[in-house]
Design a protein around this ligand. Structure first.
Ligand code: CA
Length: 232
């Protein structure tokens, strides 16, 4: 199996080397950047499997990088784990809302970070039971992580895709915001951002699904459900 590339964008040399060493020990190929603009450049060129992104960076900060990557169809799907420091809670929330997949707070243990990397990759690569799904003009190829409306590809972030997939897999059942948060984000609930984050991503997802947006129904006081009735 070819090695999976992880891109680490971090300006603190010691931390960068610590992460690189530990990921290589686990069989990953690691590329590194110590400045934001360089990191963005590498992300575009190398199309890594995952990005570990420090928030405080020279030239271009982590939030900006996250925003730029998630806005571009080609890089939107690359999972991002943010490295944040204590006291950066506000930035962390912004990062998660922009579509980052997880965060790790400094100081962290390399073992924990490696575990998070593997968990995020596992979530992203999980094979669904069915390979394709089609309803109305919406088509999804789970194997390729491809979502199409009227045969045109829709650029979803990994979180938007996970949300859509989770809703689909519920076969029309209502899923609470807490369930979605747990399933799609899967991190601890110490931040008081839960429902807002889910609602925001649902909003973005609906926008991208255009005229199929109404398939995602808001169920008052309960959560969301996917309307998979082909006659509607
Ligand atoms: Ca830094």
């Amino acid at each position: 199996m070819p090695k999976e590339t992880v891109l680490v964008i971090e300006d603190e040399k010691n931390i960068l080397e610590l992460i690189k060493y530990n990921l290589e020990e686990e069989g990953f190929r690691v590329s590194t950047a110590n400045k934001g603009d360089l990191g963005l450049d590498l992300a575009r060129k190398q199309n890594p499997k995952l990005i570990i992104l420090d928030l405080m960076l020279p030239e271009l900060d982590g939030i900006e990088i996250c925003k730029i990557l998630k806005q571009n169809e080609k890089t939107a799907f690359i999972p991002i784990i943010m490295l944040t420091a204590k006291g950066q809670e506000a930035d962390r929330v912004v990062g998660l809302e922009l579509g980052a997949d997880d965060y790790v707070t400094k100081p962290f243990s390399p073992r924990e970070l490696v575990a998070r990397v593997k968990a995020v990759l596992r979530r992203v690569q999980e094979k669904p039971k069915k390979e394709t799904f089609k309803i109305g003009s919406l088509e999804i190829d789970f194997g390729k992580h491809l979502v199409m409306i009227k045969k045109k590809s829709v650029g979803l972030t990994s979180k938007e895709y996970d949300l859509l997939k989770t809703l689909l897999e519920a076969n029309g059942r209502v899923l609470s915001r807490e369930f979605l948060l747990d399933r799609v984000w899967g991190y601890d609930k110490s931040l008081n951002i839960e429902t807002r984050t889910v609602d925001m991503h649902i909003g973005q997802l609906r926008k991208k699904l255009k005229h199929e947006a109404d398939r995602i129904l808001t169920v008052k006081n309960a959560g969301y459900r996917f309307d998979d009735d082909p006659t509607t």
